[in-house]
Design a protein around this ligand. Structure first.
Ligand code: FMN
Length: 252
């Protein structure tokens, strides 16, 4: 593989990002592009080559609207654990090198004066705004009755589903299609409603879902941070001092 291909792959990996702005609802994905994303999923590495996934492609407006009517309450666990990951200034985020900026979340999810674990407010929304501004959702499901051989908690199976996600995401990015993971689809109450709407059998669980489309507005400034290699790499032994100061940052 040539050096320029390696650089190209590196650029694609770095430019892949979460596209959280509304998409153009009336601009469908070309069928070839949908297939390219599915083809990428198809070739994902999976433990034991188990290929432990099925993908539901939802592009029918009535079905997207039905999903939009699903209530998507925010759990106390989410609020508490989300809070623990937040930074309240860009400087803090850059220093930490992990997590997200609090301003990405509704005010009631990011009260800096509150104590972690003592959220004051809960948001109980619906998925309608998200679904209205989105031409396609892909829902990746897996069979909970099986597991990768001898894999406790099917950790290896779940890792495999992450590989599927990344293949799809890189391909969408390469084609110029925005993608956002929607973890709310896997929340128990939401999943139950989707089960009915999409006729998902009981033995299948939602691994992840993503919305795909073309941004209808320019993305706002989005500070993306990553730790420097030295902060997470340990040569030959875990003992030793990691360089805790180095922070890589990329601005989109
Ligand atoms: C398993 C998983 C679940 C995620 N869930 C959500 C989600 O529900 N909503 C969202 O906007 N982003 C979600 N993300 C995206 C991450 O927040 C994002 O990848 C991370 O902050 C890095 O930002 P980037 O994707 O722009 O590089 C998820 C990512 C992964 C891998």
């Amino acid at each position: 593989m040539s050096a320029s291909t390696v650089r190209l792959i590196g650029r694609l990996i770095r430019s892949r990002h979460s596209e959280r702005v509304p998409f153009e609802p009336e601009r469908p994905l070309a069928e070839d592009d949908v297939r390219a994303i599915l083809e990428a999923a198809r070739w994902a590495p999976t433990a034991h080559n188990m290929q432990n996934f099925e993908i539901i492609v939802v592009d029918d407006r009535a079905t997207l609207d039905a999903i939009g009517r699903v209530r998507s309450g925010t759990s106390e666990d989410f609020i508490r654990e989300n809070y623990a990951q937040l930074s309240f200034s860009e400087e803090e985020l850059i220093r930490k090198g992990t997590g997200l900026l609090a301003t990405m979340f509704p005010p009631s999810w990011r009260h800096p004066g509150g104590q972690p674990g003592e959220p004051t407010d809960f948001e109980h929304g619906f998925l309608d705004a998200t679904m209205r501004s989105c031409p396609v959702v892909m829902i990746v499901v897996y069979d909970t009755r099986t597991r990768a051989p001898a894999s406790e908690g099917d950790v290896l199976g779940l890792m495999s589903l992450g590989c599927v996600m990344q293949n799809m995401w890189l391909t969408a990015e390469a084609i110029g299609i925005g993608m956002q993971i929607m973890s709310v689809f896997s929340a128990r109450a939401v999943e139950e409603e989707l089960r009915t709407i999409l006729s998902i059998p009981d033995h299948l669980a939602i691994a992840f879902a993503c919305r795909l489309g073309y941004p209808s507005i320019a993305p706002g400034r989005y500070l993306r941070v990553r730790r420097e290699i030295e902060r997470f790499t340990h040569r030959n032994t875990f003992a030793g001092i990691a360089d805790d100061h180095a922070v890589a940052m990329t601005d989109l």
